[in-house]
Design a protein around this ligand. Sequence first.
Ligand SMILES: Nc1ncnc2c1ncn2[C@@H]1O[C@H](COP(=O)(O)OP(=O)(O)OP(=O)(O)O)[C@@H](O)[C@H]1O
Ligand SMILES: [Mg+2]
Length: 470
Amino acid sequence: MVRAAMEGIALIGLDGNVTEANEEAVQMFGFRSEDELLGRNALELLAQRDRKRAMVDIQEAFQEGAVRYIECSLTRADGSEHPAEIRASVKRDASGNPVGFIGIIRGTTEREWSAQAAQKAREYAESVLDTVRESLVVLDAHQRVISANRFFYRTFQVTPEETEGQLLYALGNHQWDIPSLRELLEEILPKNTSIEGFEMEHYFPNIGRRTMMLNARRIYTEMNRTEMVLLAIEDISDRKAMQEELVRKEKLATLGQLAGGLGHELRNPLASIKSSAYLLNRLLEQPDPKVKRALDALDREVLACERIISSLLDFVRQRPPLQRRVDINNIVRQALSRANIPQNVEVVSQLDETLPAANADPDRLGTVFANIILNAVQAMPEGGRLIVKSEVPDPDWAAFSFADTGVGIAAENLPKLFEPLFTTKARGIGLGLPMVKTLVEAHGGTIEIQSEVGKGSTFTVKLPIRREVA
Ligand SMILES: Nc1ncnc2c1ncn2[C@@H]1O[C@H](COP(=O)(O)OP(=O)(O)OP(=O)(O)O)[C@@H](O)[C@H]1O
Ligand SMILES: [Mg+2]
């Protein structure tokens, strides 16, 4: 930028009022003509905060007869301020008596001044934006990144050099190239719309799968008279996960109450159906084969109902797990031997015999493994292989995995598996895995699932083995 400094000159009388001024001085103070400036009190032409100091400087100039440089801001006719430096010296008449003083004012030109103000405003805005704990990106009309705040660079682990000037969609391996987002962003400027609360789930190369909430609106700056889009990106993954967990727990609690009540209520009528069937069986000496079949069916289905009720009640009973010193491998073996594994399913058992004893509740872990094994068997209606493994990945943890070669789980179902009542089975209830998760977590453990449709699934339960049970 050309530093076109100008120099204004004003003569000030002993009364402190302006007596003469050149055209530049008139301009600097923002007046239209010299007349408007003449007669004004010189101190009042300075910013309020500078007046006292200027007064002292001027007095000293008088006393010492020296030149003083006063750095101050001029108050312009429209009330705005204009930084300047005034060189003040005493003006004397022919016989050397002071008659006033001369002020030579060096100010910045209009252009320079507004550029400085703009720069300051920009620095200020940037320093504010850099403290925001949300990613902010400013885009031009063609969705090119003009700038982004520090939080954005930190979150997405990219640098300004590889970001600024780039199309938003081209950033980081096209991670933002999402058609629905593109459509919304491209509408903002032409249609003066905004994006509010747009949620997107996406895999980001540097940070993994996250859920982001996007807000965007048009911004316009007087400064460079261009329209831009301010895009705010908030990572809501943790909040969402917490909300989902809360919903799951609430569902479980409501369901528990309902199931508990229902289970108790159904037990009595079921018991009387069962005993009536038994009585009929006894009373009919030689029943018709059709009647016999019907009675057998009654027996069988009552039993099925009882199983459902027991599992509901098991699920409801939220007593804390026992802490007994147990060999978890043994619990796995028992669960396997109790399970009704059909002939066409081959079980491969790879248990790590060095597994140390751990504190756990054997019945509850038995329920955990039984449910996982049952699901695995049900996933292999045509037969297959179930590999059961135990491992000690590090001294504090034991991992138990159950890998089947069954139908696998569709990706969209994976997040729902632990939701109570989620089932894909005609006769399933959808309580197995929610119960498994609750019990595993009560032991301070975790459960993970890997699955591929058509290939099979692996359920891995990790349990702490040295720590006390929570
Ligand atoms: N090993 C597996 N392979 C494929 N899908 C599975 C496997 N384990 C669980 N699933 C899926 O997860 C769903 C939920 O399992 P969950 O055990 O909670 O309920 P369920 O087996 O359907 O009913 P139940 O309450 O009788 O256990 C199943 O319906 C099934 O779609
Ligand atoms: Mg199940």
